[in-house]
Each structure stands twice: as structure tokens, then as C-alpha cells.
Design a protein around this ligand. Structure first.
Ligand code: 5GP
Length: 114
């Protein structure tokens, strides 16, 4: 059996994280190494390895994750705007193989990303 990712361990409460939202489909918690004043990760309970693992059957879940990200941005007071990031695969800079949406805000973001 494949070992659990750190995000599965957070979802299963085996390691702690500051959880800001949870529902039937996903859990959201603060990033341990925040890259902005607000840095929250929205993570589906199902351990999809990345965005690339989703199929047409996951359309509802994908939409839900984005709307949860929007809700968190509002709750965190990011009225000036925010950045949503889904690092995918090696070239995408993904380091944890469990799909997650970064919600970053509280400072102006630059473009293009590195
Ligand atoms: P990625 O690089 O895969 O897009 O993002 C993974 C994120 O997970 C990183 O921003 C990293 O700081 C965060 N992270 C890694 N391990 C932990 C952990 O144990 N707890 C929390 N809260 N975040 C983590």
C-alpha cells in the first residue's frame, strides 16, 4: 500500500494543522511555510495525486474546491484580490502529491511566476 501524503495525515488528524474550513469534500488549512500574509491550502479528502488526476466525473468537485477557495479569500478579508495556484507535476513545482489549491493574499503578487 502506498504511504500517506502529509495532507492525508492532516485530514486524518494524525498531524496537526490550523484548519480554517472543512466539509464533506475538502479540508482547508494554513500552509506551514506561508508565502504571503494569508496562505491557505484547499485539499480534497480524496487523495488525487494532482490536478492532472481529475477526470470529467470530478467536475463538481473541481468547482467546489474553487468556490471554497473564493469563500476563504472572502473570510480572510482579501478584498484587494488574491492569487490561486495549483502547482501540478514536477515542472509545475508540486512537492506534495495530493491535489491542493493555494490561496495566497494580503500583499500584491508579481507576474510572471518563477
Ligand atoms: P506544492 O509545492 O506541492 O504546490 O505545495 C505544498 C505546500 O504544502 C507547500 O507550500 C508547503 O509549505 C506545504 N506543506 C508541506 N508540508 C506541510 C505540513 O506538514 N503542514 C502544512 N500545513 N503545510 C505543509
Amino acid at each position: 500500500m502506498l504511504s500517506k501524503t502529509v495532507f492525508e495525515r492532516i485530514i486524518d488528524r494524525e498531524i496537526t494543522a490550523e484548519i480554517v474550513h472543512e466539509d464533506e469534500w475538502c479540508v482547508a488549512f494554513r500552509d506551514i511555510h506561508p508565502q504571503a500574509p494569508v496562505h491557505v491550502l484547499v485539499v480534497p479528502r480524496r487523495p488525487f495525486a494532482s490536478l492532472d488526476a481529475l477526470t470529467e466525473y470530478d467536475e463538481g468537485l473541481a468547482g467546489h474546491l474553487l468556490l471554497v477557495a473564493q469563500r476563504i479569500a472572502r473570510e480572510e478579508g482579501l478584498s484587494e484580490g488574491y492569487r490561486i495556484v495549483v502547482n501540478t507535476g514536477q515542472h509545475g513545482g508540486q512537492t506534495v502529491d495530493h491535489l491542493h489549491i493555494h490561496v495566497l493574499g494580503g500583499r500584491p503578487m508579481r507576474w510572471p511566476p518563477g
